[in-house]
Design a protein around this ligand. Structure first.
Ligand SMILES: [Zn+2]
Length: 161
């Protein structure tokens, strides 16, 4: 199901079944749906959200992947969202990401795909909260290293896909 929610003073859509939910009522979707592309129903610790396009004239929504950098029962959260019983704390460590394809390690040149922190999201919600989330990422070392040579990456990848 698709449910409109309000978190950090921002309205967006929370999608519980991105393989089957009909997102056409949300207007043009500006990013590719990874679930359909890979033909998968779930990504561990991830939920799809649609964020309103407030930047350009072309209305519609951007498709983002919220990644929880902590152990969180997302099935239970789905239920709470659908019932309207979620709260800000549920999303305090949910980090907005985009799908990055063919990122390259500068050390070993290996290519990989993954979920990268969407720094553009800082322009959508609260900047303080976004900064807290970034502190949380680096404090808990959630930013991944190259899967091949273990070098630091120049982009902030939280999950390889
Ligand atoms: Zn490497």
């Amino acid at each position: 199901m698709i449910k409109e929610i309000r978190i950090q003073n921002t309205d967006y859509f929370y999608v519980t079944d991105p393989q089957n939910d009909d997102m056409s009522s949300c207007g043009p979707i500006h990013e590719e749906n990874l679930y359909k592309k890979l033909n998968i129903t779930t990504i561990e610790n991830v939920r799809l959200i649609l964020v309103p396009n407030i930047i350009s004239k072309e209305k519609g929504h951007y498709l983002l992947y919220l990644y929880w950098g902590e152990t969180k029962n997302l099935e239970a959260l789905d239920t709470r969202v659908l019932e309207g019983n979620y709260d800000e704390d549920d999303f305090s460590n949910a980090i907005p990401t985009i799908y990055k394809e063919d990122a390259t390690c500068f050390n070993c040149k290996q290519k990989f795909n993954g979920l990268e922190v969407d720094y553009g999201f800082a322009s959508v919600g609260s900047k303080d909260l976004f900064r807290q989330k970034m502190d949380f990422i680096f404090k808990n070392k959630l930013n991944l290293k190259c899967p091949n040579c273990n070098s630091d990456l120049r982009i902030t990848i939280l999950k390889f896909i």
